[in-house]
Design a protein around this ligand. Structure first.
Ligand code: NDP
Length: 472
């Protein structure tokens, strides 16, 4: 008998926590996993939490599908990439018209679009859903960014909105647009996350090397900042990470962790998407590059031997400047991220609601912050104006960009790398500069390639008279 409200395949960290979350909200969930051993482990876990009554375990795929009420909503939470395509092929013979596959992994949005287009003529709905919040979020309420088949979304909507995080009584789950829209927004969410994390790390670098602060002292500052305008999950956990002590050595844990950051692809995808659409997203690009530099430890060690240790002078900046610099950098980074989303929305006809996106990021996800409430308000009247010209953010930027300037200048003199914050500052200065320097670039392009230029008041496609014998 078909009794499950929803099905879920893939019982690793994310899938098992999502399934427990679904069961806890009172829905019956049929579960399946390629290796049956994981199903038994999951059932034991559900039992421990008193939720086994809401779980229907099925090791056989056909029996699993049959256990789900029609029209079926089946979540796939398997490893991103080829396993998703394989899983779709395994499922297809068992599905019927009107059923939907809901893929909740970190998929590349173009893959999601391809799968959506592939299944549509077969009458099978496809929802590409971004889920943010890690293991904890999956279990107790993630932020859920839905894209794909709108009709089938309505079938799954009660379950997905119930398991999502709540902010002031509103669910942090929303349908955003067709095809790959949900996974695109999740990708940019992750790009913004990269920027936030890198900017925090750069400020920590100044605290450590420029101000001579211990991890405990830095932790106290982040904990204090978390009470102010920077209040966010990432600032909060930074306070905890810096305070942690290694039980074996008694030393601050952060000082023992190797300074090589990993990445799984969403930051790179964000940067590529931004570049492909011609939208400047320098903070995200800087953050991705910083992770790549971090991973080249051997090269860095060798280069330090050549150039000598940094001249770690006492930085002539205050903690108040650092706090405001972080705020200014963050505003620029989010302005860039939302600009990328707005452009993708236009290009793909997604009609992405920027205010809703800011709203569903207010809780559950890794970039959740107080600040997103202000962004949701900024976009609530529609439109996709760059945040940097929205009045509330203009006020914040006017107040904070002088500190960003001071911090970046001190970093340059003190030899502290600041790839992300300096990129944010340069973007801001370029963005607000009415007269730029691309007139010279156009002159150069015309010199070597006859690309033409425009002269204000005289029209375009004009050429200069350049010396023809130069360099010959
Ligand atoms: P993993 O990405 O580690 O994937 C493991 C799961 O995929 C297992 O259930 C495994 O089954 C299944 N699997 C792998 N290959 C196949 C295949 N060819 N056919 C069928 N099943 C297969 O699991 P996570 O829970 O970490 O992540 C799931 C998804 O969620 C990923 O896309 C990930 O990027 C995304 N995500 C993860 C987050 C996290 O914090 N971990 C946060 C947000 C999103 P088996 O047990 O048989 O090997």
């Amino acid at each position: 008998m078909s009794t499950a409200d929803i099905g879920l395949i893939g019982l690793a960290v994310m899938g098992s926590n999502l399934a427990l979350n679904i069961a806890e909200k009172g829905y019956t969930v049929a579960v399946h996993n390629r290796s049956a051993g994981r199903i038994d482990e999951f059932v034991a876990m559900a039992k421990e939490q008193g939720l086994d009554g809401k779980v229907i375990p099925k090791a056989d795929l056909a029996e699993f599908v049959a256990a789900v009420k029609r029209p079926r909503s089946i979540i796939i939470m398997v490893k991103a990439g080829a396993p998703v395509d394989e899983m779709i092929e395994h499922l297809l013979p068992h599905l019927e018209q009107g059923d939907a596959i809901i893929e909740c992994g970190n998929s590349l949005f173009t893959d999601t679009q391809r799968r959506f287009d592939y299944l549509k003529p077969k009458g099978i709905g496809y929802l590409g859903v971004g889920v943010s919040g890690g293991e904890e979020g999956a279990r107790h309420g993630p932020s859920i960014m839905v894209g794909g088949s709108k009709e089938q979304w309505h079938n799954a909507e009660p379950v997905l909105t119930a398991i999502a995080a709540q902010f002031n009584g509103e669910s942090c789950c929303a349908y955003l647009g067709e095809g790959g829209a949900g996974h695109f927004v999740k990708t940019i969410h992750n790009g913004i996350e990269y920027g936030d994390m890198q900017m925090i790390a750069e400020v920590y670098g100044v605290m450590r090397d420029g101000l001579g602060m211990s991890p405990k002292q830095a932790s106290d500052v982040f904990k204090e900042w978390n009470k102010g305008p920077l209040n966010s999950y990432l600032i909060e956990i930074t306070g905890h990470v810096l305070a942690a002590v290694d039980s074996e050595s008694g030393k601050p844990l952060v000082e023992l962790i190797l300074d090589k950051a990993g990445q799984k692809g969403t930051g790179v995808w964000s940067a590529i998407a931004a570049q492909q659409m011609g939208v400047p997203a320098t903070a995200i690009e800087g953050a991705v590059a910083a992770r790549s530099i971090s991973s080249r430890k051997d090269e860095r060690v060798a280069a330090e031997a050549i150039y000598g240790k940094r001249n770690a002078t006492k930085a002539n900046i205050t903690l108040a400047d650092l706090e405001k610099a972080l705020l200014a950098g963050k505003i620029v980074s989010y302005a860039q991220g939302f600009a990328v989303i707005a452009k993708a929305s236009d290009e793909n006809g997604w009609n992405l609601p920027l205010s809703t996106i800011a709203k569903i990021w207010r809780a559950g996800c890794i970039i959740r912050s107080r600040f997103l409430d202000q962004m949701a308000a900024a976009y609530s009247k529609g439109g996709n104006t760059n945040l940097l010209v929205v009045p509330d953010f203009v006020t914040l930027m006017k107040d904070s960009h002088p500190s960003l300037r001071k911090v970046v200048a001190a970093a340059a003199v003190g030899e502290f790398p600041m790839i992300c914050l300096s990129a944010a500052l340069s973007y801001f200065d370029s963005f607000r500069q009415a007269q730029g320097t691309a007139n010279l670039i156009q002159g150069q392009r015309d010199f070597f390639g006859a690309h033409g230029f425009e002269i204000v008041g005289r029209g375009g496609d004009l050429h200069g008279t350049w010396p023809s014998t130069l360099g010959k």
